[in-house]
Design a protein around this ligand. Sequence first.
Ligand SMILES: [Zn+2]
Length: 163
Amino acid sequence: MTIYQVSVSKDYTVFCAGHFVTYDGDHCELLHGHNYRAAARLTGGLNDDQMVFDFVTLKRRLRAICDQLDHRMLLPRDNPLLQVVADATSVTVRYKHKTYVFPREDVLILPISNTTAELLAHWIAQQLVADVRARGALVELLEVDVEETFGQSATCRCNLAAL
Ligand SMILES: [Zn+2]
């Protein structure tokens, strides 16, 4: 069987967002932001149209996913070191002696344990998996890169054949 791959990394598959990650046990970064860039690669067989996945749909979906993250403070829902409490108007985050309060609409709380580039890539990949499945594409491997800054990126590879 011949394997093909399509990839998308456009100047508009980007998002500018704030975050901080916990690391080395109980340490926590200072609040900061990145101009992130996302890329997606789909590997598999060809559909009836002789393509792995159509570029237009892939670009549109990756852009829409990036738009959800753009201009948001990204917070992890499941980090045991951070207490994240949302009410109708604000989100309060507590870490040791620190307390951050953000306007609710400025925040995206993600179902992940840390807002690392790795887990952001995984979250983006999960959003794309649903699209791939819905279109019945013969995709075996879905890869997403998230570049935090120039020359510094993480990749998540999801083996769809094993799911
Ligand atoms: Zn960072």
